[in-house]
Write a protein that binds this ligand. Structure first.
Ligand code: NAD
Ligand code: SER
Length: 301
C-alpha cells in the first residue's frame, strides 16, 4: 500500500503546485486535495472543523498530511484573531487527527518567524521575536511541531514566486504581482521601497525542498525539523526590476510603500541555510535571473 495524502489549503499558491507534484510522485488516487473554498476535484475541509478532519483522516486511511491552510502576513495583520485561529488552532486540529491515526505531517513555517532583532542574514538558531501576528503564529506552530509526539516537519519558506496561482495575501506578493503588471501594463506600482531586500524562492525549488524533506529518515533530522531555514535567491525590488528589463526594456516601476513596508523591514535580508544543506542536502537551483526567465517562460506560454 502506498501513502494516502491529505492536503489542506490545496487551492492556494503552494497547494496548486504541490498537489500536482505529489500526484506525479505517488499516483493520482493517492492525493486528497481539500480547501475551505469550492473547486472541481477538491473536497471541502475547514481546518477549524476538528471532527471533520478526524472523519476524513479515518475514512480515507490517511497516512500523510500536507497542511497548507493558513492566513498569510498581510491578510493576517488585518484579521489578527482569525489569523491566530486558523494558523494555530488549525494546526492543533491537524495534529490531534494525526496522533489518533499515526500520520506524518508537513507543516510549513516562514521567514516571518524572524523579527527586527534578527541578524540581516538569519541564522537557523536565533531569538525569534517577530513583530507580526502572522510571525507569532508561525513561532508557536514551530513549537507545537517540536513538542508533539507526531512526525512533523517544516520549512521556513522564503517569499515564493510562481505563476500558476495568485499569491495569497502576503507581504512578498509584490514579487509575483510585478510580472503580471509588467506583461499587461508595462508598469507596476510597488507597495515596498526599491531598496527592500527579502529572501525569495522560485516555486519549483520550494516544491522540491518539500518533497526532499519528507523523504529524509526521521533519525537524520535534528532540532531544526520544526522549520528548516532554506535560501533561494535574495534581491531588492530594484534588482528584480533590472532583471525584468532584460525581457521588457520599456518596463517601469514606481514606489508607493504602504503598511506592508513595516512587515518587510522586520524580516531579514537573507537566510543562512547551512543546517538544511548539511542534514539533508538542500541546494537551490534558481537564482534571480533564472527565476525571472522561468516566470516569463511560464506566463508567456
Ligand atoms: P495561500 O493563501 O495561497 O493558500 C492558503 C489556502 O488555505 C487558500 O486556498 C485558502 O482558501 C485556504 N484556507 C484558508 N482558511 C482555511 C480554512 N479555515 N480551512 C481550510 N483551508 C483554508 O497560501 P500559500 O502561499 O499556499 O501558503 C501555504 C503555507 O505556506 C502557509 O502556511 C503559509 O504560511 C506558508 N508560507 C507561504 C509562503 C509564500 O510565499 N507563499 C511563504 C512562507 C510560508
Ligand atoms: N510570503 C509570506 C508572506 O509574505 C511569508 O510567509 O506573508
Amino acid at each position: 500500500m502506498g501513502p494516502r495524502i491529505l492536503v489542506t489549503g490545496a487551492l492556494g499558491q503552494i497547494g496548486t503546485e504541490l498537489v500536482v507534484a505529489l500526484e506525479a510522485k505517488h499516483g493520482r488516487g493517492s492525493v486528497i486535495p481539500t480547501d475551505v473554498r469550492e473547486a472541481p476535484n477538491c473536497r471541502i475541509l475547514d481546518v477549524m472543523d476538528a471532527e471533520g478532519i478526524i472523519s476524513m483522516v479515518n475514512d480515507e486511511s490517511v497516512t500523510d498530511i500536507y497542511h497548507l491552510a493558513a492566513l498569510l502576513s498581510a491578510t493576517g495583520e488585518r484579521n489578527p484573531e482569525l489569523c491566530w485561529k486558523i494558523n494555530v488552532e488549525g494546526l492543533e486540529n491537524i495534529i490531534a487527527a494525526a496522533k489518533a491515526n499515526n500520520c506524518r505531517i508537513f507543516a510549513p513555517s516562514s521567514i516571518a518567524v524572524f523579527g527586527p532583532d534578527c541578524p540581516s542574514i538569519a541564522p537557523q538558531v536565533t531569538p525569534l521575536n517577530p513583530s507580526t501576528v502572522y510571525g507569532k503564529t508561525k513561532v508557536v506552530c514551530e513549537q507545537l511541531v517540536m513538542t508533539s509526539e507526531v512526525d512533523i516537519r517544516g520549512l521556513r519558506y522564503p517569499g515564493l514566486i510562481s505563476y500558476k496561482a495568485p499569491a495569497g495575501g502576503g507581504t512578498t506578493d509584490y514579487a509575483v504581482e510585478i510580472f503580471h503588471a509588467a506583461l499587461s501594463d508595462g508598469h507596476y506600482t510597488c507597495f515596498v521601497r526599491e531598496d527592500t531586500r527579502l529572501p525569495m524562492m522560485y516555486m519549483d525549488d520550494a516544491i522540491r525542498a518539500t518533497l526532499e524533506l519528507m523523504e529524509v529518515p526521521t533519525e537524520k533530522l535534528g532540532g531544526a525539523r520544526g522549520g528548516y531555514n532554506i535560501a533561494g535567491c535574495s534581491f531588492t525590488v530594484g534588482e528584480l526590476v533590472a532583471s525584468i528589463e532584460r525581457h521588457l526594456p520599456e518596463f517601469t516601476c514606481t514606489y508607493e510603500p504602504d503598511v506592508r513596508q513595516k512587515y518587510a523591514d522586520s524580516w531579514p535580508n537573507d537566510i543562512d541555510d547551512d543546517v538544511a544543506r548539511m542534514e539533508w542536502g538542500w541546494n537551490p537551483e534558481f537564482d534571480l535571473d533564472g527565476m525571472v526567465d522561468a516566470m516569463f517562460a511560464g506566463l508567456q506560454a
